[in-house]
Design a protein around this ligand. Sequence first.
Ligand code: ADP
Ligand code: MG
Ligand code: MG
Length: 883
Amino acid sequence: MTQYVYRFGGGVSDGKGLSKELLGGKGANLDGMASIGLPVPPGFTISTPMCTRYYEEGEKFPPELNAEVASGIAHIEGVTGKKFGDASDPLLVSVRSGARVSMPGMMDTVLNLGLNDATVVGLATVSGDARFAWDSYRRFVQMYADVVLGLDHGAFEEALEIAKEDKGYYLDTEMESEDWQALVAKYLALVEELWGKPFPQDVHDQLWGAVGAVFGSWQSERAKVYRRINSIPHDWGTAVNVQAMVFGNMGDTSATGVAFTRDPATGERAYYGEYLINAQGEDVVAGIRTPQYLTTAARERAKAKPLSMQESMPVVYAELAKVFDLLEAHYRDMQDIEFTVERGKLWMLQTRSGKRTAKAALKIAVDMAAEGLITKDEAVMRVDPSALDQLLHPTLDPKAKRDVIVKGLPASPGAASGIAVFDSDTAEKRADKGQSVILVRTETSPEDIHGMHAAKGILTARGGMTSHAAVVARGMGRPCVSGAGSLSIDAAAKVARVGSREIREGDMLTLDGSTGEVMAGEVATIQPELSGDFGTLMVWADGSRRMKVRANAETPADAKVARDFGAEGIGLCRTEHMFFDAGRITAVREMILAEDEKGRRVALAKLLPEQRADFVGLFEVMAGLPVTIRLLDPPLHEFMPHAEADFEDVAKATGLTVDMLKRRAAELHEFNPMLGHRGCRLGVTYPEIYEMQARAIFEAACDLAVSPIPEVMVPLVATKRELELMKAVIDRTAEAVFAERGKRIDYLVGTMIELPRAALKAGEIAEVGAFFSFGTNDLTQTTLGVSRDDAARFLGVYVDQGIYERDPFVSLDIDGVGELVQIAADRGRATRPDIKLGICGEHGGDPASIAFCEKVGLDYVSASPYRVPIARLAAAQAALATG
Ligand code: ADP
Ligand code: MG
Ligand code: MG
């Protein structure tokens, strides 16, 4: 029979060595901590396969789970010496969700489960603190009503406010035991009114209700959204952890806190964290009270007064510091920890690999390799390539003027400018329209995930450095300023006020997540620094990399950025981008609208020197490296004149009338230009266009002292014959130029593989072409029969429904398009074993697609200049993973 329940704590660790896949992240690590002898409150984990079973059985528990859960409870009872539901000395537990990876979309934890009208009296007696007991009970009813029963929490909060008002209190802490008791009565009545049934008094009913709610939350909307954004499969399921309660709210020798073993913002090797005396865990996370610093150094640096934990609880702090070191050594990574001190005794409640900024990830990986904790290869594997994005983009210019409106905590570094919005739906809507937005909230909750994802930056009025906003923003790589306390936000009225100043929806703001400053307007930025830890890690990565990394670039400026980022050539130079230049577009239009070859040649002669100059500039930057130049590809309609003035310009240049030109333009109209007269079809029908381009390439190469190696690429080839014809034009032109210049240079002629027919007939095509470059943008469009520009309307639903796991234009559809790539690579290599293979689509900068390219054995990937370092790291990881 399958085992579903795994006990931990009190010297037991049933799940020792078992995976996060089975136990969930939280469960596996609770067990891990217990197994190395750390003080973990006893508990048990119901494994993830039970979540799957629960859904298979129509959201019911299989009967055999009863006995297993009973033995789990018996374990906790044995270790604590308390009984679940015992009216004299009750055992209380927390019910916690825990998927394989931490998921903010999941059910919130229920604390103090096991309290009812009878056990609360027992708790009051054994704790000697009736106020604490009744406060615990009201917290439990409120949480249970909210998370498990799904009742409106506003009603409960209102009842609390009224209770305080009646007494003339300002703070929860002023509430006396009788006040809490009276509030509990109100809460129980509220539950009955809103839910239609009395609050469950049977502790087992409470437990099963909570466990069911955890499983139920796996399919909640916000969990689904989170999974979609983070590419987490829907069939993983979550585990449930049931654990004995420990109390950080039993007076001044009790506390609760969260900590990181290293600074998650900078990566600095220093304990880092926050704690609150006399509080329960959720108080820290929710940012209800402003927490105090863990270490004295951090407190002094922040010039804060309230004592650090190091000062106020030196003995427990020393014990905690030892635990930090043990955990780092055990997990060999920076840990994010939750702990509670109950009347002077330390309890560990959670540990996991800590989320960190890209900067911290780099520093921690490089430092840990230097400390000998991990190898260099492991260091390379540790840094998420996509996260480098944060470092490769500009930061605020320190010299730029800053009109600081308010200052909060530097919760997640980086700079962002955008317009203020006050709710997540608006953030998403505006971002979809292409606007940059800053999400401004009093505090964030898991319901804000989509808005945070859509925003360029996040600003909150409440919450510390470990608040929801801060943790999620760091994970997403969004700059965040949290706890800007002097900001008062009226989300309904869409306005925030600080002193006499106002921020309204649509106002431009700039956040500096590294200083906590919030500024009015847009502030100038500067380019990033690419040395230090970044440089070190990239050197290690390059040492493990097999594939080359090139850039997609056509201007010398972009090529320069690409070189600085370590590009080893150009994988795609799109010549048409050069045609849009204001100075040339008229000549281009003249060529397109020409009636015959003669007319086209007149226009092309005007373009030749311009195009040659383009290549000279590009080739100078790329001297000695391969440069792949794609001959003219796009549908001609993209260059067509539209405005009257455009036609007049062309008329002036050609001596034709505007009417004649308009008639010609109408003749050239196409119904589906993407599948029309474009790509090599232009070269086949008007060879003089490719001839001019080839001439510009070879003349430029011959004119330079050190030339790159031109790889002339013919687009949209479907058949061998097309490539044969075009190669003849290119070779003939090359010979002519070499004869004129009295000099030869090396070059290659090859093709893009971007049509399914080309992939299938790659064996034949390789007889002519010396290289293939997979144009996976068009190959995806033509294989899926989906136009990228029109996909937005349905692709979201497709991803939600699991039809495609991710947007196939962002991450290669490995099953379908990938198979064509594999076929083309195999057949091409069978014909021509030394054929050069690369990828130049958008996918060339996507880590998952890069891993696939490694498997196929491509020679290089090509990405946009800013993604070159990402591609270098991803290629290294792919090589290491393939071994
Ligand atoms: P999350 O995954 O959202 O962090 P957790 O399950 O870790 O949720 O719990 C939320 C808060 O409740 C945390 O601060 C945690 O430390 C606290 N908590 C959970 N279980 C217990 C327990 N058994 N005793 C005391 N505090 C607990
Ligand atoms: Mg937690
Ligand atoms: Mg294409």
